[in-house]
Structure formats: C-alpha cells, structure tokens
Design a protein around this ligand. Structure first.
Ligand code: 5GP
Length: 347
C-alpha cells in the first residue's frame, strides 16, 4: 500500500484569478478551436463542447440542433440506436456534428462493421468504457486504429498520465478523462475509486500534449464556470451530461408534479434504469454504478447553450484571453476549499 500526499483538486476547490485585460467585451472572444488530429489527420474547427453519449443527452435531436447552430458543437450519440436509425441519420445529416459511440462488446463491433460496410462516411468515433485501464481496452483501441486509419478516435475513460500516453500511442486521437465525477455516477461510492477531476485534467492534458494527443474532460461540470475551469486546466474538449439533460432534444418524457413543476428522468448509463432498458437488467457480476434522478425540465437546449457559451466567453474576458486557446495559458487557479470536502464527489 502507498499513499500519495500531493493535493489533488476538483472544480469546486479552485477559482480562476482575474487578470488585467485589453478586452472590452465578451463579444470579442473567439471560443472555437482548430485542431488537427494526430492519427486520423482530420481537422476539427468549432466550439469543443460535446454532448455526452447518454440517454437524454447524446441524441440525434441534439445533434441536429447543434448542426443548425453552425458553431461546431458535437454530440456523441448514445450506443443504443439501432443500425437502421444510425444509417438514416448519417444519410440525412452527414457526420459533422456527431461522434459514433461504441463499447467493446462483440455486438457493438458487429454493428459498427455493418455500418462501415454500408459505405457511409464515418469520421469520428468515441470508444467508451467505464474503466479504460484494462489491456483488452487498449488492444481494442489499437485494433480500431488499424481498421480505420483515417477515422478520429476518442477513447476513455482514464485519469492518469501514464494511461493517457498508452492510449495515445495505441491510436487514440483524443483521450477521455474522468472516473467518478459524473452527476449521476456512483463509482466513487460503490468502489472507492476515482480521481479529483481538475487534477486529472491538468495531469492528463500535460501527458497527451507531450505526444500531440488531445484530451476531453468528461464529467463533473455542473455550472458554466466548471467548463471554463476545465479548459483553463488544459482540456481540449469538454463533455457534458447533466448540464444538457432535461431539454426538449433529450427525447424523454416531461412529467408534471402536483405543484405544476415539470421534470425529466435522467439516469447514468450503468444505472439499473439504463440496464433494465437496454440490457434486460443488471448483470449478476456487476453492481449498478449509476443513479436515476429527476432534473427540472429546461426547454430548448439552445437557450441553455447560450448561457453556457456566454459564461465561457465571459471567463475568457476576465483573464484577457482573446481566444479559447489562450485561456489555459492565462489561467491561474486559486485554491478555495480543503480537499477533504471533495473526496466523495457529487451526491
Ligand atoms: P456529467 O456531465 O453528468 O457530470 O457527467 C457525464 C459523464 O458521466 C458521462 O459522459 C460518463 O462518462 C459518465 N457517466 C454516465 N453514466 C454513468 C454511470 O452510470 N456511471 C458512471 N460511473 N459514470 C457515468
């Protein structure tokens, strides 16, 4: 047994220190980024915020709205769309605003193979497992890279630099970072495993950038300021679940309680709700590591996004960053809480 004494921080343990700036208005800030992916060689240009591949968030409706907004936002489609629906979606909408999500099961791979056989152009995939530390996962990423040399691959989740390096070297263009911070995740409580998300992003971004890879901070953003902190910490993309839940584009039912309050059911993708819906129940060998919550109904996601992107622009203004790219260079975090408060993450 070993104890690491270094302090590790979550979003709520820090604030961004304001800095002298020549910017007069947030309108002057450009929050899009341009990347060329290490392996696929493809270019990305747009606001690097991704809707998580979760029921109620990573939906086709969400992707369509993002396409209409024209600012390069993308949605990682959840894994449970049938092949026919995916083919139809790509046929009608193209691939610009979506990531095709895949797990490592034979069933997922067979569906992907059938999709590829159709000849539809797939340009980016998200290989997503709860625990990205297993050798079979790395082998899977390597196999996907061999199979699809010019497709952009995002893979995760991990939280430490050495595993980021392993995945980048195995063919991932973007490594997804986050174990335990999600709003409907119970991994930290069920297993005791996790890593404070701000420190995970700082350390993983450093490791990835050294190899010309990128990272996506996934989970734990509950307000626009957290997104600014993630980018300030060095994230290249930020993925959002809870913040984009509860909208018209989530394809879920809006319920109304006796006081007239409207809400939507939102659940983790390894919650018993998700497993009942998609896998016919919780498999015997695993415990549910996600929960089911009611979130307020929030209407059209475009309004929420305006707030989120406005907050991000404003954060850039406070530190004098003319572009989102400059934000991390101009970020100084000040610590504001004791670490012990953060160990158990969100409740
Ligand atoms: P949020 O933005 O809601 O804080 O976090 C979203 C992320 O939580 C997702 O992208 C995914 O990585 C993670 N997540 C989604 N469902 C579950 C779950 O059931 N269990 C765990 N451990 N993580 C989940």
């Amino acid at each position: 047994m070993r104890i690491e004494e270094d302090v590790k921080l979550d979003f709520k343990d820090v604030l961004i220190r304001p800095k002298r700036s020549t910017l007069a208005s947030r309108k002057e800030v450009d929050i899009s980024r341009n990347y060329q992916f290490k392996w696929s060689g493809r270019d990305f240009s747009g606001v690097p915020v991704i809707a998580a591949n979760m029921d109620g968030v990573g939906t086709m409706e969400m992707a369509k709205v993002f396409a209409g907004m024209g600012n390069g936002l993308t949605a990682a489609l959840h894994k449970h769309y049938p092949l026919e629906e995916l083919l139809k979606f790509y046929e009608e909408n193209g691939n610009e605003n979506v990531w095709y999500s895949i797990g490592v099961s034979d069933k997922d791979e067979e569906k992907l193979d059938a999709f590829l056989k159709s000849g539809k152009d797939i340009d980016k995939i998200c290989v997503d497992v709860a625990n990205g530390y297993s050798q079979p996962f790395t082998d899977f990423v390597r196999r996907m890279r061999d199979k699809m040399p010019d497709v952009t691959i995002m893979a995760g989740n991990v939280v430490t630099g050495e595993m980021v390096e392993e995945l980048v070297l195995s063919g991932a263009d973007v490594v997804k970072v986050g174990i335990g911070p999600g709003s409907v995740c119970t991994t930290r409580k069920m297993t005791g495993v996790g890593y404070p998300q701000l420190s995970a992003v700082i350390e993983c971004a450093d490791a990835a950038h050294g190899l010309k890879g990128l990272v996506c901070a996934d989970g734990g953003c509950s307000v626009p300021g957290d997104i600014a902190k993630a980018f300030g910490a060095g994230a290249d993309f930020v993925m959002l679940g809870g913040m984009l839940s509860g909208h018209d584009q989530g394809e879920g039912h809006v319920e109304e309680d006796e006081h007239g309050n409207k809400h939507v059911t939102f659940y983790g993708m390894s919650s018993s709700t998700a497993m009942d819906k998609h896998a016919g129940g919780v498999a015997e060998y695993r415990a549910s590591e996600g929960k089911t919550v009611q979130v307020p109904y929030k209407g059209d996601v475009k309004d929420t996004l305006q707030d989120i992107l406005g907050g991000l622009r404003s954060a850039c203004t406070y530190v004098g960053a003319v572009t989102l790219k400059e934000l991390s260079k101009r970020t100084t975090f000040v610590r504001v809480t004791q670490q012990l408060n953060t160990i158990f993450g969100n409740d």
